[in-house]
Design a protein around this ligand. Structure first.
Ligand SMILES: [Zn+2]
Length: 147
């Protein structure tokens, strides 16, 4: 991995581990709720202590829903070689749903309920020529999916 030539699109979103990239979330030790992006407090109204800490979230989840973005968003969003892309909502085993771009599959082949896994991919190159990485979800390798 060319770590010198890449930079994350934002700090504190994801982190590489031995088994691959993970999203960095927050877990409440009091009630077990998970949050992504990280949360400074627990938002569960029934939770009293709200003892939250950063945690690496599971790399795999199930595609809960998705949509295809068919126009280029304005302003802050940057993406080189723009083309319509899918955004999915992936449900992680921790019980939260995370939104992210989908990759490694044609938009027409995406199916709700697919097993997905987290990957890092370049979104664009910055002024210094560094690849700016974001997280995406692709069909999980172990799940097959060819039917
Ligand atoms: Zn809590």
């Amino acid at each position: 991995m060319h770590t010198l030539a890449s930079t994350p699109v934002a700090e504190g979103l994801f982190q590489a581990a031995d088994d691959g990239p993970h999203l960095i979330g927050t877990r409440c030790a009091s009630c077990g709720s998970h949050y992504f992006p990280k949360s400074l407090s627990c938002r569960n109204p029934q939770c009293r202590d709200k003892q939250v800490a950063d945690v690496l979230l599971s790399r795999q989840g199930i595609l809960y829903s998705y949509t295809v973005q068919a126009y280029q968003p304005p302003g802050l969003f940057r993406m080189d070689d723009w083309s319509p892309y899918a955004i999915g909502m992936v449900e992680l085993p921790e019980g939260l749903r995370v939104m992210g771009m989908l990759t490694g599959i044609a938009n027409a082949d995406i199916r709700i309920g697919m097993a997905m896994e987290l990957v890092l991919e370049p979104l664009y190159r910055d002024a210094q020529g560094q690849a700016v990485l974001t997280y995406k979800f692709r069909p999980a390798a172990a799940a097959g999916g060819a039917r």
